[in-house]
Design a protein around this ligand. Structure first.
Ligand code: B12
Length: 336
């Protein structure tokens, strides 16, 4: 990932909760450029990814993460004051996140990245209920809806928001870390297209809106029966994982300390497995396990905690072959 030279200074300002310094570093970087897009994508994005890694490694508390993110939200607002007036077009475009997705900053960064490229990009906030999204789309009739999804477990809700867009006859572009690095998941949840960042979305938007090229057709997400079966068994599976965590918690003080967190992580694991079935992509579940193993290792949990959880989960999925297979694929020692 490309980083501006001053990104280190920006991160140091975040580490000190020094809002003034952070605004200053970003402002000077923007002064040296014709547009704010590079400052967003090559300073704020890498800085926020590093913030996440420090929280994942428990080097930073969630309070540190929140304080840093709150400063970046302000910096993005300051940079937004430098944006050009949008190029006049018949309709705006909209950017938001599905219900259950609280990572609004990623969507806001995309909206500002597109504003920097001349689009009238309306950011509708995060965690937007589908019915309210529908009402807004019917009233405002934007040209294209862009949706950001960071949290893997939220992909089913993304499919729901995309359904609303199809009902409104609106083309869609999705992106964000939960959507992966190619269009496979985006098409599976019913989007017209996937884009990795604002620059690639700009190319699609120019083609669809300015050049009048029809977007590729969107196929509504098919809801696989095994996905429904897994979801119907969610609470049983979460209890099963929680019991295993409880049994493990006797083993180390760390496990005792993190008992409540383990139940939440068990629920997340089942939700991500379900999302993997919905998009038919075992990489989603496997990637989540890699994140989980690192997160638990940083909290001095026993190194075999993730494989121990999968050990009880897999047999409970015997009659959901794809779920059992995805779990089996992820059952291997993980070096963190
Ligand atoms: C701030 C933050 C939060 C804040 C969000 C506040 C806000 N206003 O956004 C809060 C506190 C709410 C939060 C909550 C959680 N978070 Co959080 N969070 C972060 C953090 C540190 C920064 C987010 C950010 O600034 N994103 C902006 C940039 C950095 O995101 P980006 O994906 O790179 O976006 C770019 C591209 O992906 C692309 N893009 C993104 N969306 C779209 C859409 C379109 C259409 C297009 C074209 C492109 C595009 O363009 C963007 C800009 O260039 C990330 C770290 C990270 N790596 O993202 C963790 C992170 C995403 N969170 C994480 C987790 C686990 C959680 C929680 C589950 C924690 C918990 N146990 O409760 C909850 C989940 C809540 C939920 N259901 O959404 C993990 C996810 C790991 C995983 N594999 O699942 C991360 C990676 C941290 C970590 N390293 O562990 N979080």
């Amino acid at each position: 990932m490309q980083c501006l030279a001053a990104t280190g200074d920006y991160l140091r300002a975040l580490s000190r909760q020094d809002r003034g310094a952070a605004v200053g570093v970003a402002g000077r970087a923007a002064d040296a450029r014709t547009s704010v897009e590079e400052v967003i994508e090559q300073m704020l994005v890498p800085a926020q990814i590093e913030v996440g890694i420090r929280a994942q490694r428990d080097d930073w508390s969630i309070a540190d993460e929140h304080a840093a993110t709150a400063i970046t939200e302000v910096v993005l607002g300051v940079l937004a004051m430098r944006q050009p007036a949008p190029v006049p077009r018949p309709a705006p475009i909209c950017v938001t996140t599905p219900p259950g997705e609280w990572h609004g900053l990623a969507a806001r960064m995309v909206a500002e990245g597109l504003r920097a490229r001349g689009w009238d990009a309306l950011y509708l906030g995060s965690d937007l209920p589908a019915d309210h999204l529908g009402r807004f789309l019917h009233r405002v009739r934007p040209a294209v809806l862009l949706l950001s999804c960071t949290t893997a477990a939220v992909l089913p809700q993304l499919a729901g928001s995309l359904d609303v867009a199809v009902d409104a006859g609106l083309p869609t572009i999705v992106g964000g870390s939960a959507c992966g690095t190619d269009e496979r998941r985006a098409l599976a949840v019913g989007a017209n297209a996937w884009a990795k960042d604002a620059a690639s979305a700009h190319v699609l938007l120019s083609r669809w809106v300015d050049d009048g090229v029809a977007p590729p057709p969107a196929r509504r997400a098919g809801i696989p029966t095994d996905y429904l079966e897994l979801v119907s068994r969610r609470s049983v599976l979460v209890d099963l994982l929680a019991d295993r965590s409880a049994a493990m918690s006797a083993s180390t003080p760390a496990a005792v300390r993190h008992h409540a967190m383990m139940r939440q992580l068990g629920a997340q694991l089942v939700d991500v497995l379900a999302a993997s079935l919905l998009v038919d992509d075992p990489r989603l579940f496997d990637g989540h396990l890699a994140w989980l193993a690192e997160m638990l290792d940083a909290r001095e949990m026993a190194p075999d905690t993730t494989s121990s959880l999968l050990e009880v989960l897999q047999p409970a999925l015997i009659d959901i072959p794809r779920a059992e297979r995805f779990t089996a694929l992820s059952r291997r020692p993980r070096s963190v």
